[in-house]
Design a protein around this ligand. Structure first.
Ligand SMILES: Nc1nc2c(ncn2[C@@H]2O[C@H](COP(=O)(O)OP(=O)(O)O)[C@@H](O)[C@H]2O)c(=O)[nH]1
Ligand SMILES: *[C@@H]1O[C@H](CO)[C@@H](O)[C@H](O)[C@H]1NC(C)=O
Ligand SMILES: *[C@@H]1O[C@H](CO)[C@@H](O)[C@H](O)[C@H]1NC(C)=O
Ligand SMILES: [Mg+2]
Length: 374
């Protein structure tokens, strides 16, 4: 073989190898062409731009916002939640925030929250009619029920404010004017934790996979807070068979095809969901009916159970999504990704063994798993 031919073959091999590496490893590509050509650029600029390159292309945002209901006095907790979310996800995406309060936000609150993120941040006050016990509620009956719950140590049993909050979250938050421009929301609370880097945009995931409601933790409701909820739900089902989805998730909330409620619900302090579902005819009729029974005040119905029952009845089961990769803590319970690959990729700071998912006394996740694989 002639020397020239040998050189040509070697050269062609090297060129092919270069192209293969370029296609398969963007780090290699950066180091050879991109990195070199930018070597003389300002170091700071190069650093920041490289930081953003390729891992998650800054593609278009979904029609989405975070929403946090919060008091002025919860400023520190709100800062801590936002800081974690920015660090683990949002600083690379830039979704906006809406903060809601039953009282006007203080200047201090607005200032100290706004400084945390370059994203758009809005602060709204909730109209009184979305946050008060309706006139037609029999206050004597309601206060008797509250006293009874205080006497039996039911959490928040004596609080009217908590009931207003639960009713607001059940049927009003998505009607607030600041949320009208959006379809998707991610609910956050003060003092929650996010343990893992979130690489994939959860809103986009929902959009692209036809999901409507996403959760991370599922728990049992306290029986004393909902004695008449299930009978009311059954009445609604009987009156409105047209709203019940085919292939729904009744199997998650009832073991006997709807005869009784097993008290399982998605924990609503974390939700990534489609507000147009709550705004739609099925859930709207459902909320109006439940509200008309007075159960938010004569008992202490929670928005988590109401949302979960609505989602389980009016959605197909595959429209409900469990976010394995979002490590998340609210109060004492947390979800930590179980698969090692997800935990490692997310650089999660939580213990997989301490994850609430398989706490068989309190978690409804085993139940969800059984249902969704059945
Ligand atoms: N503005 C305002 N927010 C409230 C009030 N009560 C509760 N919240 C918010 O509603 C959500 C749920 O309240 P929380 O006390 O965490 O209830 P829990 O999660 O059920 O224990 C949180 O985002 C709170 O910040 C209230 O009276 N005013
Ligand atoms: C976002 O969603 C809301 C609610 O569905 C809708 O009214 C609005 O037009 C959407 N905005 C865009 C830009 O698509
Ligand atoms: C989502 O739903 C639309 C309309 O029903 C359908 O065309 C599409 O194929 C679905 N996509 C997925 C990923 O299921
Ligand atoms: Mg909470």
């Amino acid at each position: 073989m002639g020397r020239l031919l040998r050189y040509s073959i070697v050269l062609m091999l090297m060129i092919s190898l270069h192209y293969i590496l370029t296609w398969t490893h963007h780090r290699y590509w950066e180091a050879t062409s991109f990195g070199l050509s930018k070597f003389t650029a300002h170091f700071q600029e190069e650093y920041t731009s490289e930081d953003h390159i390729k891992e998650e292309p800054a593609n278009e945002l979904a029609n989405a916002t975070y929403v946090m209901l919060v008091r002025n006095s919860d400023l520190d907790g709100a800062i801590s939640s936002i800081r974690a979310l920015e660090d683990r996800f949002n600083s690379r995406f830039g979704y906006p925030y809406v903060f809601l309060n039953d009282e006007p936000f203080s200047e201090e609150f607005k200032r100290r929250i706004s400084v945390l993120t370059p994203s758009k941040v809005e602060f709204g006050t909730i109209p009184k009619e979305h946050w008060s016990q309706p006139d037609w509620i029999d206050e004597k009956k309601a206060s008797k029920a509250r006293q009874q719950m205080v006497a039996t140590n039911v959490k928040y049993g004596g609080s009217v404010a908590y009931r207003n909050m639960c009713r607001f979250n059940s049927g009003f938050f998505y009607r607030h004017e600041l949320l009208q421009p959006y379809k998707w929301y991610w609910r956050i609370e003060p003092n929650v934790k996010f343990f893992c880097d979130i690489h994939q945009d959860p809103f986009k995931y929902m959009e692209e996979n036809n999901k409507t409601y996403g959760f991370t933790i599922a728990v049992y409701e306290i029986p004393a807070t909902i004695p008449s909820l299930w009978p009311a739900v059954r009445e609604f089902i009987d009156d409105h068979p047209e709203y019940i989805a085919e292939d729904n998730a009744m199997g998650f909330i009832s073991q006997n095809n709807g005869l009784t409620y097993n008290r399982c619900h998605f924990w609503s302090n974390f939700e990534i969901a489609d507000m147009d579902f709550w705004r739609g005819p099925a859930y709207s009729a459902f909320f109006e009916f439940l509200d008309s029974t007075g159960g938010f005040y004569y008992e202490r119905w929670g928005d988590a159970a109401i949302h979960s029952i609505g989602a389980s009845l009016f959605l197909k089961r595959e429209q409900i999504h469990f976010f394995e990769e979002i490590g998340y803590q609210h109060d004492d319970w947390y979800h930590c990704p179980r698969p090692d690959a997800i935990w490692t990729k997310g650089r999660c700071s939580c213990s997989q063994r301490g994850s609430f998912d398989y706490n068989h006394e309190s978690s409804c996740k085993p139940h969800w798993d059984r249902f969704i694989t059945s």
